[in-house]
Design a protein around this ligand. Structure first.
Ligand code: HEC
Length: 254
């Protein structure tokens, strides 16, 4: 009996720890991705190749598949989305994977940790987390890059979109946490050095980027939903058909 209790408590420990240690994060907004908004995902793809692909790959996607799914022609891909080259210095071809050439060893030296592949990031972190993370960089002189993040404390990534968002300083208040200790929590941000975009423009840029990452994490989702609807409609008609068939079979017996 005692042993059983210990096992139950041990099993619950991670859950309890998570509940108690869940430090507040800021920002904390929710978004819904519109899977039909191809234009938004196209803009997101452009932001991704321009601002993120220096460090992160989405190595399970091919350029031409992305182009087909999002309505971008091969010529447009070559002109606007493909900035990487192969070892001979030739531009990457449209049929190739969206990988990058950054050497993991170099990356670890530069950032302390290699930038992960982002193919599945929208599924592992969730779109809300990504939306908040990319809007959560704030000035913190104690950090190597002079910036910290309200959603991912002490993150090793520099703020890649800083020229768009500008720099923001945190508004902090002192609160008593669940253990009765006083701690500083961030309750808002204030732009102290504007970037090239206004707040609402920047929110839209990040939304588009997250929409692209969400698409990349499951490119066949639209197909899956279409096929699913078709199957349900088919089963419905099949049900009616079998109902009349049953009536036909049993009509002489009753
Ligand atoms: C200069 C290199 C660099 C650029 C550019 C860059 N990142 Fe990063 N990124 C990193 C590094 C390094 C990490 C690992 C940070 C850590 O774990 O502390 C990281 C981590 C992340 C993570 C968190 C992954 C996790 O652990 O769950 C996300 C999400 C992310 N980056 C998204 C982006 C997006 C989106 C862009 C483009 C706007 C971008 N990054 C641009 C270097 C970069």
């Amino acid at each position: 009996m005692k042993k059983g209790l210990i096992i139950v408590v041990a099993a619950l420990l991670p859950v309890l720890g998570w509940a108690a240690g869940g430090a507040p994060t800021y920002p904390d907004d929710d978004i819904d991705i519109n899977w039909d908004d191809k234009a938004s995902m196209q803009r997101g793809a452009r932001t991704f190749v321009n601002y993120c692909m220096g460090c992160h790959a989405v190595g399970y996607s091919r350029y031409d598949r992305v182009g087909r799914d999002l309505g971008i022609s091969d010529e447009q891909l070559l002109e606007n989305l493909i900035f990487t080259t192969n070892k001979q210095g030739e531009q990457t071809k449209v049929g190739e994977l969206m990988t990058i050439n950054m050497n993991a060893e170099y990356a670890e030296q530069a950032f302390g940790i290699a930038p992960p592949d982002l193919s599945l990031i929208a599924r592992s972190r969730g779109v809300d987390w990504l939306y908040n993370y990319l809007r959560g960089f704030y000035i913190d002189e104690t950090r190597p890059f002079g910036l910290n993040n309200g959603v991912f404390p002490n993150v090793g990534m520099p703020h890649a979109l800083v020229e768009l968002q500008g720099l923001q300083a945190p508004k902090k208040v002192v609160k008593t946490n669940s253990e009765g200790k006083e701690e500083e929590v961030i309750v808002g941000y204030e732009i102290v050095k504007p970037g090239s975009q206004s707040k609402s423009e920047y929110d839209q840029t990040v939304y588009d980027l997250v929409a692209f990452l969400d698409y990349v994490s499951e490119p066949y989702r639209q197909t899956r939903h279409k096929v699913g609807t078709g199957v349900i409609i088919f089963l419905f008609f099949f049900l009616i058909l079998t109902y009349f068939l049953k009536k036909e079979y049993w009509k002489d017996i009753h």
